[in-house]
Write a protein that binds this ligand. Structure first.
Ligand SMILES: NC(=O)c1ccc[n+]([C@@H]2O[C@H](COP(=O)([O-])OP(=O)(O)OC[C@H]3O[C@@H](n4cnc5c(N)ncnc54)[C@H](OP(=O)(O)O)[C@@H]3O)[C@@H](O)[C@H]2O)c1
Length: 344
C-alpha cells in the first residue's frame, strides 16, 4: 500500500524542494502537509496533496496528523522542541514492531560548527567530521552544540522505542542552488552574505586568512538523500540506518570563506552592484558586530568566521548517494543574482 507521508516546512526552501520531488517522483504516495499559510499556486501545483492548516505550536494537531502517517518528514524551524515531541507522540500511537513508523528530521551542521572555539576564527580547522567514523561523538555532543536539544529528543525516542519508531537525522551543510518548491526558493547563506555586503561592508569580505571552511551541497543532491531515505522508509526501512546510527551528512564539497568571498566579489562587480571586486580582509571585531539582530551574539562568527567541515560517508555507503549537481561556483552567479532580486 502507498505510504502515508506527513511533511512540514513545505513552503520552505528545503522542505518545498523535497515536497516537489516527492509529488513528481512518487505520485502514488499519499502526502499531507502542514501549512500556516497556503501559497496561491499550491493547490493548482499539487492538487493531490492534502493540506492541514496549522503552526508547529499547535502540538495537538501536529501529533494527531503524525499519528495518521507512516512517515513524518519534519523540515522547517529545526530548533522547535514542541513540534518534534508532538511528532514522536503521534507516531508512537499506532506503531508496532511489525508496523514501525518513521521520522526523518532535518538538522544542520551548525551542530558541529566550531563557533565556540576562538582558535580557528577565520582559519581552517583540520577537524573534518565523518558521519560514520565519528558517530559516537556526534550522538553525544555537548548540550551547548546547536541543534543538540532536538537531537537528544530524537535520539532518546530512538533508544526507547527503536523497535517501532525508526528515526533519522539529515544533518545538512550549507545548501545552494534554486529551490523547486511552492514558496521560498533561495537558501540562506548566500542572501545573508549579500545582505551584509550591501548594507554594511560594500565589499565581499573575510577575516584573518579567510581559511575557515564550510561544507556545501546542491539542493538537488540534498533532495536525493531525502528521497533515498524516504524510499527506504516506504520499503519498511530498507538498507538505511535508523536510530542512533541514522545520522546523515550530505556534503558534496567544501569551500573556504576566502574563495567564496572572492567569487562573490567578482560576480557583484561584474554586475555593477559593487565597485571593488577584491574582498576586504576585516578585523574579527567587525565580524562580531554582524547579524546581531538575530539575538545570538555568535551569529556573525557562525556565519562568516567558523568551520563546518563534514564528510557524507553514510549516505554514500548505505544509500548509494552520489552527488551529481554542479558545484557551488557553477551556481553562485544565479544564487547571488537571486539574492539581489535579479532572478525570476
Ligand atoms: N538552507 C540551508 O542552507 C540550511 C542548511 C542546513 C539546515 N538548515 C535549517 O533547516 C531549516 C529549514 O531551512 P530552509 O532553508 O528550508 O528554511 P526556510 O526556507 O525558511 O523554510 C522554513 C519552513 O518552515 C516553516 N515553519 C517555520 N516555523 C514554522 C512554524 N512555527 N509552524 C509551521 N511552519 C513553520 C516555514 O513556513 P512559512 O512559509 O509559513 O514561514 C517554511 O515552510 C532551518 O531551521 C534552517 O536553519 C538550513
Amino acid at each position: 500500500m502507498a505510504p502515508k507521508i506527513f511533511l512540514t516546512g513545505g513552503t520552505g526552501y528545503i522542505g518545498g524542494s523535497v515536497l516537489d520531488a516527492l509529488v513528481k517522483q512518487h505520485p502514488e504516495y499519499n502526502i499531507t502537509v502542514l501549512l500556516r499559510s497556503v501559497p496561491d499556486n499550491f493547490i493548482s501545483k499539487y492538487p493531490s496533496v492534502k493540506i492541514v492548516r496549522g503552526d508547529f505550536d499547535n502540538t495537538a494537531l501536529v501529533a494527531d496528523t503524525a499519528a495518521e502517517a507512516d512517515i513524518v518528514i519534519h523540515n522547517g524551524n529545526s530548533k522547535h522542541e514542541p513540534s518534534i515531541k508532538a511528532h514522536i507522540d503521534g507516531l508512537l500511537r499506532n506503531s508496532t514492531p511489525s508496523s514501525p513508523r518513521f521520522l526523518i528530521r532535518l538538522g544542520g551542521t551548525g551542530a558541529i560548527a566550531d563557533w565556540a572555539d576562538p582558535s580557528f576564527y577565520g582559519e581552517k580547522n583540520p577537524k573534518v567530521w565523518n558521519d560514520v567514523q565519528d558517530i559516537e561523538e556526534l550522538t553525544s555532543l555537548p548540550d551547548t552544540a546547536l541543534h543538540r536539544n532536538i537531537e537528544k529528543i530524537v535520539q532518546k525516542a530512538a533508544v526507547d522505542h527503536g523497535d517501532r519508531l525508526k528515526c533519522a537525522i539529515i544533518c545538512s551543510c550549507g545548501v545552494y542552488g534554486p529551490g523547486k518548491g511552492p514558496g521560498r526558493t533561495q537558501s540562506q547563506l548566500v542572501p545573508v552574505f549579500y545582505d551584509e555586503i550591501i548594507n554594511n561592508t560594500k565589499r565581499a569580505f573575510y577575516t584573518q586568512s579567510g581559511g575557515n571552511t564550510r561544507s556545501w551541497v546542491h539542493i538537488d543532491d540534498l533532495v536525493a538523500v531525502y528521497m533515498k531515505l524516504i524510499e527506504a522508509a516506504a520499503a519498511g526501512g530498507g538498507k538505511a540506518d535508523w536510530g542512533l546510527q541514522g545520522y546523515y551528512f550530505t556534503a558534496s564539497q567544501e569551500v573556504s570563506l576566502l574563495d567564496f568571498a572572492t567569487a562573490v566579489g567578482r560576480i557583484l562587480k561584474n554586475h555593477g552592484i559593487i565597485e571593488t571586486e577584491e574582498p576586504a580582509q576585516l578585523p574579527l571585531d567587525d565580524i562580531w558586530k554582524m547579524r546581531l539582530a538575530t539575538k545570538w551574539r555568535y551569529m556573525g562568527i557562525y556565519a562568516f568566521a567558523c568551520n563546518t567541515r563534514t564528510v557524507s560517508e553514510r549516505a554514500r555507503k548505505i544509500l548509494g548517494y552520489q552527488p551529481r549537481a554542479p558545484n557551488l561556483f557553477a551556481c553562485l552567479e544565479e544564487d547571488v543574482l537571486a539574492a539581489a532580486g535579479r532572478r525570476a
